[in-house]
Design a protein around this ligand. Structure first.
Ligand code: PEP
Ligand code: MN
Length: 283
């Protein structure tokens, strides 16, 4: 039977959506959105060190999980609301926006009270009640690709958010499960140009979860931007060896600086810009 639903995510609009956050960060414009920070918010000191490192190297959105979707229930689950408070306070001090994951429908209002953008993680991409509530919050939504989701399933998940009347959806490729365990996931960069033809929504790439290996993050980040991605989501930790989660795929502040240096050569070559680097007033 012919599908008569209006497919908002697939609308062949001439105009591409640009999702803007209150600090001026934008997804889908000429300037890239650089989201960086720890996998999990661990402490005030850790988050401060991360924010200082990533902001001074040009990131404009602070990432960090306060509610963590860990594979094991015995692993660190996140600081919860105190993690959200830290994210807000530190991001405000550095002129950054906050993107953080909401795991549970019961926490949508809480997370929306602190964050500029709600992240829906790979494990929840098809959690319909969560998609609807995140959409109804009116906050921009960062929708990660499910680890075994097809592009169609991913766009239909975006559709649930769009149908609430919230058109501020950004897609994030973070790799899919494959037969090969050489990397944590198989980072599918071909979806970047593919989605550009299928949807008006901005697309960013997460090379940290996409590869699971810190030294692969920089080359894949550069490749993502070369392929046309509107931004990046990168894990950075002041001391990856001591990170409570995903240390092996987290960049040090210095490595992040090197990545952004190389990005500053690449971006203009393909008609993109990086966010402003240094923020006046940072101690
Ligand atoms: C994350 O970005 O912190 C995360 C848990 O990623 P994913 O949902 O892609 O596994
Ligand atoms: Mn992580």
């Amino acid at each position: 039977m012919k599908n008569t639903i209006k497919l908002a995510a697939r609308a062949a609009r001439a105009e591409r959506t640009v999702v803007r956050l209150s600090n001026g960060a934008a997804f889908g414009g000429e300037t890239l959105a650089i989201c960086a920070g720890p996998c999990a918010v661990e402490s005030a000191e850790q988050l401060e060190a991360c924010a200082k490192a990533v902001r001074s190297n040009g990131a404009n959105v602070l990432r960090g999980g306060a509610f963590k979707p860990r594979t094991s229930p015995y692993a660190f689950q996140g600081l919860g609301e105190s993690g959200l408070e830290l994210l807000r306070a530190v991001a405000d001090r550095y002129g950054m926006a906050v993107v953080t994951e909401v795991l549970d429908t019961r926490d949508v209002a809480l997370v929306a009270g602190y964050a500029d953008m709600l992240q829906i993680g790979a494990r929840n991409m098809q959690n319909v009640p969560l998609l609807r509530l995140a959409g109804e919050s009116g906050k921009p939504v960062l929708l990660k690709r499910g680890m075994s989701a097809t592009v169609d399933e991913w766009l239909m998940a975006a559709e649930y958010v769009l149908l609430t009347g919230n058109d501020k959806v950004v897609l994030c490729e973070r790799g899919v499960r494959s037969f090969d365990s050489s990397t944590r996931n198989l980072l599918d960069l071909s979806v970047v140009p593919l989605l550009a033809a299928l949807t008006h929504l901005p697309v960013i790439v997460d090379p940290s979860h996409g590869t699971g290996i810190a030294r692969l993050v920089e080359p894949m980040a550069l490749a993502a931007i070369a392929a046309g991605a509107d931004g990046l989501l990168v894990e950075v930790h002041p001391d990856p060896a001591s990170a409570v989660s995903d240390g092996h795929q987290s960049l040090t502040p210095d490595e992040f600086g090197v990545l952004m240096g190389r990005m500053s050569s690449l971006a203009p070559a393909i008609g993109r810009r990086l966010p402003h680097t240094l923020l006046e007033g940072i101690a």
